[in-house]
Every structure is written in structure tokens, then in C-alpha cells.
Design a protein around this ligand. Structure first.
Ligand SMILES: [Zn+2]
Length: 314
């Protein structure tokens, strides 16, 4: 089962909450998966590819309106494998009641394209709405691959309303048009965790957090390795510079003019070009320590520099 389906199956088994929340969740389903059919009388049709989601809608309709709809299973279109589950409600009065209660219809005939404020007035209902929207048209990528959660909507008004709802919970979503449909999406791992928390997908959060920790550890290790490589490069650059200066002194100044202490370090550096300062200090056997070695090497650099200047070579 995909990460997305697992998250959906988890929240389907959560308790729905009060009657207010039932209406909010159903409202999301109707907006995203529903269609109103005007044939001989008014009827409603809800479609989903997921049987568990179909059960959920069935439960909502039963709890809110006492309606027992049938669930019909049909083959998917030729482009897609699998099945489509359809729930139909007919009877003008019943359909109108559902549409009014979920804020989809204003007055007697006017349909409302966005999310009606009354349906999502309370915080609990806003969460229920987002849960319904995720079940109806949401998906979340496997966090191992990337952080991405999205809703496929049918109208930009509705997409903007979802963005606003998410923003109310501090989640910064973006929209993009894909194949003519406005898509609302979240891209940051933290935002996705927050969203999953809102809709009660706790197992999905655990899984995602594990992946995030692993990714973080991997990044930290990479950073540490890069940092060490950079330091090593710096050390090597310095020692090659020192060895170069010392060779220059040997040829243009003479080691016999150096103090015995400087000469010792100069010879050691030539002999061990890759040695670190502390390794050189051990090799010197003079108990001078790292900074003593560094001091002498700098002194050698200075002398070489002075002679170059004198010769007009620098
Ligand atoms: Zn509520």
C-alpha cells in the first residue's frame, strides 16, 4: 500500500466528531468528488476510486440525513485500471437539504463555488473539512522520495479557499494548474507533518518523522565529511606552501644560516610534507607543541618572503 493510501486508511477509522464536523467533511467530498445531475429531477452522484472512502461517505450520509445509499462498483475508464465506486442520492428535497446543509447551495437554485463560511466556522470543522478534502482528492508522496502533499481541485475559487483554510493553521500552500486542474500543494516536510497532525494520521507522521531524522543524519554526516575534507585541503595547502618556501631557503639562503630550532623543523617539513602540526611536534621531540611548530614554520615563511623581496622575486 502506498504511503498516501495508508494515511487515508488510517484516518478513515478515526472518529468523525460532532454533527457540525460531519457536514464539513461531507462538504469537502461533495465539492471534490460530487456531481449534481439535473435530469428528471435533481440527484447527486459521488464517485471515488477507494472503497473505504466510499464507506466513509456512506456513513456521513447516514449519520447526517438518515439516508442509506447504495454503493455501485463500476469498472474504471479504459485509461485507468481498477474500479470506481458510486453513491447516488435522488429526490429533490433530500438533495436540496444536503446541498444547503453543506453550504453548496444558496437560496433555491444558486450553487456556491467556494467553501461556505458557515460550514467551516469552527476549528473542529475546518479540520474535518481538510480531512474530507484529503480523502476525496488528496495524496501525499512517499517521504523517502520527496516531501509533497497535494489536492486536485476543479475550480480556482475552491483551490484558493483551501489555501486560506491551510493558512489559518499556519500552513503555506501554493497552487499550480496541471492538466487544467488547479492543484494545491505543500512542499515542506514540517508543513506536511503539521497537516497530517490536523487530520489525525498519526502513524503516517511517525513514518515521516523517521524518514526526516534519517535524512537529517545523512545530511549531517555529509556536511561533516565535507568539512573535514575542506580542513584537510587547507592543511595540505599550507604544508606544500611551507615545503616550497623551505626548499627556496635551502637553495637561496642555506640551512646553516638558520637557528638549530628552525633548521630542525625545516628539515622535518621537507621529510614529512603530509604531516600535521601535531605530528611534526611529536617528530621534533623538543616538547614544543603544535603552536610552537606553527610559529617556527611561519618564521621560515617570513624569511623566505624577505629574501624573495630582496631579490625582487616577490
Ligand atoms: Zn465541528
Amino acid at each position: 500500500m502506498s504511503f498516501s493510501s495508508a494515511a487515508k486508511h488510517e484516518i478513515i477509522h478515526n472518529k468523525i466528531g460532532g454533527q457540525c464536523c460531519l457536514a464539513a467533511e461531507l462538504c469537502a467530498f461533495l465539492h471534490l468528488n460530487g456531481s449534481i445531475i439535473l435530469g428528471s429531477g435533481l440527484s447527486l452522484m459521488l464517485r471515488t476510486e477507494d472503497p473505504a472512502t466510499a464507506r466513509r461517505v456512506f456513513t456521513l450520509l447516514k449519520a447526517l440525513f438518515g439516508i442509506h445509499t447504495g454503493i455501485a462498483m463500476k469498472d474504471s475508464t479504459k485509461f485507468k485500471k481498477g474500479h470506481i465506486f458510486e453513491l447516488g442520492v435522488s429526490g429533490e428535497e433530500t438533495v436540496k437539504e444536503i446541498l444547503h446543509r453543506t453550504g453548496l447551495m444558496k437560496g433555491d437554485a444558486e450553487l456556491f463555488p467556494g467553501i461556505a463560511g458557515g460550514v467551516v466556522k469552527k476549528r473542529c470543522c475546518r479540520r474535518a473539512f481538510l480531512r474530507g478534502a484529503f480523502l476525496a482528492a488528496g495524496s501525499v508522496a512517499n517521504p523517502e522520495k520527496n516531501y509533497h502533499l497535494e489536492f486536485v481541485t476543479h475550480s480556482s475559487v475552491f483551490a484558493e479557499d483551501i489555501c486560506r483554510l491551510l493558512a489559518g493553521f499556519g500552513l503555506h500552500s501554493k497552487t499550480v494548474i496541471r492538466k487544467g486542474s488547479p492543484i494545491v500543494y505543500l512542499k515542506d516536510g514540517e508543513g506536511i507533518v503539521e497537516f497530517l497532525k490536523l487530520i489525525g494520521a498519526n502513524n503516517a507522521i511517525l513514518e515521516l518523522e523517521n524518514v526526516r531524522i534519517l535524512k537529517q543524519v545523512r545530511n549531517n554526516v555529509n556536511r561533516a565529511v565535507n568539512c573535514e575534507t575542506a580542513n584537510l585541503q587547507k592543511t595540505l595547502d599550507a604544508s606544500y606552501r611551507q615545503a616550497g618556501n623551505i626548499k627556496y631557503l635551502e637553495a637561496n639562503y642555506g640551512f646553516d644560516k638558520l637557528s638549530p630550532q628552525l633548521r630542525r623543523i625545516a628539515e622535518l617539513r621537507l621529510e614529512y610534507p603530509d604531516a600535521t602540526l601535531s605530528e611534526l611536534s611529536e617528530l621534533a621531540e623538543e616538547n614544543i607543541g603544535k603552536s610552537g611548530v606553527n610559529h617556527r614554520l611561519r618564521k621560515l615563511d617570513e624569511i623566505a618572503e624577505r629574501i624573495r623581496e630582496k631579490k625582487g622575486e616577490s
